[in-house]
Design a protein around this ligand. Structure first.
Ligand code: NAP
Length: 295
């Protein structure tokens, strides 16, 4: 089937379910306008049974690319023509490039997660991390930590079976075995918390609208040698980050990760504009934060 050429404005998109709450159309369209690129970025809520048809629509309607979010980052792998090595290793695609009907899949969550740590000069080499959660995002998190020579990982997860699957994947795909399951987050003890340098929340606990929740018990204490990174970006500061900051830890939310995975996607779609795309990071963060705060 011959691809349609968009008559004027080119389409880009986000496929997931739900997508109504997503900030991506807001900041991606802002970035496109700053770059003077005649494209529009739209969010599409689809069903699992429509993933194959949605990929065909990308080809037929001449999309330059698309992002994929929960819950299709894994299932979409079956409908792409190429998947790069990193996305293959992580087992999840969140960015698709359409080159004349040939769809290639990438994972930009990985770079989005690790860059904010690197940019702040937070060294991972030889450090110990505590990771909470064993879902899709955790695979990108673990890949980033292992790539940056983390020395040991303590894994907490509500469901032990899912933690065991992740540990097997880590040993197989990442060749990393210094990872131990330490029970559900609610059972963590102070001694174990004190033994790590970096704490990462990769669960939705504490996310809007249930902002009173926190993955770790309020009786535990952080310290000023620790970095606490919550992948949640709504609210800006989760209950866990607020406590960690008050106790002197360095804190990081998921907002920069969100913006960066989008900028890395734009760089896949418009590689000649890469330098300009990344130079916009700060202004896009500020713009998005301001619009969200006002809404
Ligand atoms: P996922 O695949 O659905 O995994 C969710 C994980 O959280 C699982 O380990 C699950 O445990 C755990 N969990 C869920 N509800 C829980 C609860 N009430 N109590 C304890 N544990 C719970 O989701 P994901 O894609 O990995 O995403 C995880 C988080 O990262 C989400 O908040 C998402 O918004 C965020 N994220 C942010 C970015 C960004 O750009 N900032 C990118 C990707 C993801 P079980 O195994 O027991 O089910």
């Amino acid at each position: 089937m011959k691809a349609m050429k968009p008559a004027c404005t080119g389409p880009l998109g986000l496929f997931g379910n739900p997508v109504e709450h997503s900030f991506s159309p807001l900041f991606m369209n802002h970035a496109l306008s700053l770059l003077n690129l005649n494209y529009r970025y739209l969010a599409f809520a689809i069903e699992e049974s429509s993933v194959k048809a949605a990929m065909q629509a990308l080809r037929v309607l001449g999309f330059r690319g698309a992002n994929v979010t929960i819950p299709f980052k894994r299932s979409v792998l079956h409908y792409l023509d190429h998947v790069d090595d990193l996305a293959q290793k992580i087992g999840a695609v969140n960015c698709i490039l359409n080159n004349d009907g040939v769809l290639s899949g990438f994972n930009t969550d990985h770079a989005g997660f690790i860059k904010p740590l690197v940019n702040r000069g937070i060294r991972l080499n030889g450090k110990r991390a505590l990771v909470i959660g064993a879902g899709g995002a955790t695979r990108a998190v673990l890949t980033g930590l292992v790539d940056h020579n983390i020395s040991h990982i303590l894994l907490l997860n509500r469901t032990e079976r899912n933690a065991a699957t992740l540990i097997d994947w880590c040993a197989g795909e990442l060749q990393f075995t210094r990872i131990d399951y330490d029970g559900p987050p609610s059972k963590l003890e102070q001694k174990a918390l004190q033994s790590v340098d970096l704490i990462i929340n990769s669960t939705p606990v504490g996310m809007h609208p249930d902002t009173a929740g926190a993955p770790l018990s309020g009786s535990l204490h952080f310290s000023d040698h620790q970095t606490v990174y919550d992948l949640i970006y709504n609210p800006w500061e989760t209950m866990m980050l607020s406590r960690a900051r008050a106790e002197g830890a360095t804190v990081l939310n998921g907002f920069e990760m969100l913006i960066l995975q989008g900028l890395y996607s734009l760089a896949h779609w418009f590689p000649r504009r890469e330098r300009e795309i990344f130079s916009l990071q700060e202004s896009i963060v500020n713009y998005t934060r301001q619009v969200v705060a006002e809404s």
